[in-house]
Write a new protein. Structure first.
Length: 256
């Protein structure tokens, strides 16, 4: 079995592969102050609760955009699983060529998503990850990561509106029945959700226009991606397991 982990700014997502199948996946809040023992015991308890024998975990792969977490997390895997994890970063085989100005600036999670999408659909394609930030990444037909766009995630936008105004409340992010709002709650929801749908559609359209490509597969992932996917015909596929699939592909490419 393989432990696949993506450490993001907001959440750590953990999955277990049994062969080519995901035996389970879970999410925990990212906290950089946790110790290796806290991470190790948490993962052991998580596996035990889900009837997965931790002794069957023989390898692990980790992608992270939170460097402060990595020391404790890697030590947890060594101490509790006797595993030196494969870390997604420079020198790792991915099958994707990074052609941006500075390859070292590209977040590991973005690479992982691109690997999975390109493996499944080929290029050219756009991969959208609706995470803490929303990222739009462009891969060529030859598997070159050429361009990336980053915007505030929809939750960040909602939090900023609530925190920077005196009278507007924090609201649940969901699409109201109509954009024609009659109260404060639905007014905020309409602006957030309909506005975000408009942003997504415009960025996709602009990418295709500037690349002079009418046909590009558009693949989305990330927690709030389902809501946006359901409201537009400009995203072809929504895959909540995209990062796990990418981690498994990279793991297999780098397994000795």
């Amino acid at each position: 079995m393989i432990l696949a982990v993506d450490i993001g700014n907001t959440n750590i997502v953990i999955g277990v592969y049994d062969g080519d199948n995901i035996a389970g996946s879970w999410r925990m809040v990212t906290r950089s102050e946790k110790t290796s023992d806290e991470y190790g015991i948490f993962i052991l308890n998580l596996l035990e609760y889900n009837n997965i024998d931790h002794k069957k975990i023989k390898s692990a792969i980790v992608s992270s955009v939170v460097p402060n977490v990595m020391h404790s997390f890697e030590n947890a895997l060594r101490k509790y699983f006797d595993i030196d994890a494969i870390i997604v970063g420079p020198g790792i085989k991915t099958g994707i060529t990074i052609s941006t100005d500075n390859a070292r600036e590209v977040g590991a999670d973005r690479i992982v998503g691109l690997v999975a999408a390109y493996h499944m659909f080929g290029g050219p394609l756009i991969v959208i990850d609706f995470g803490t930030a929303t990222t739009y990444d462009v891969v060529s037909e030859k598997g070159e990561f050429k361009y990336g766009i980053t915007s505030p995630g929809i939750q960040i936008s909602a939090d900023a509106l609530w925190q920077r105004t005196a009278q507007l409340p924090s609201v649940e992010i969901k699409k109201p029945d109509s954009i024609l709002a009659k109260n404060t709650i639905t007014s905020i929801q309409a602006g957030l959700v309909y506005g975000y749908i408009g942003q997504v559609e415009y960025i996709i359209k602009k990418i295709k226009e500037e690349m002079n490509l009418k046909k590009m597969n558009v693949v989305a992932t990330g927690g709030l991606g389902r809501m946006i996917f359901d409201e537009t015909n400009m995203i072809d596929v929504y895959d909540p397991q995209l990062l796990f699939k990418g981690l498994k592909i990279i793991h297999d490419k780098n397994q000795k």
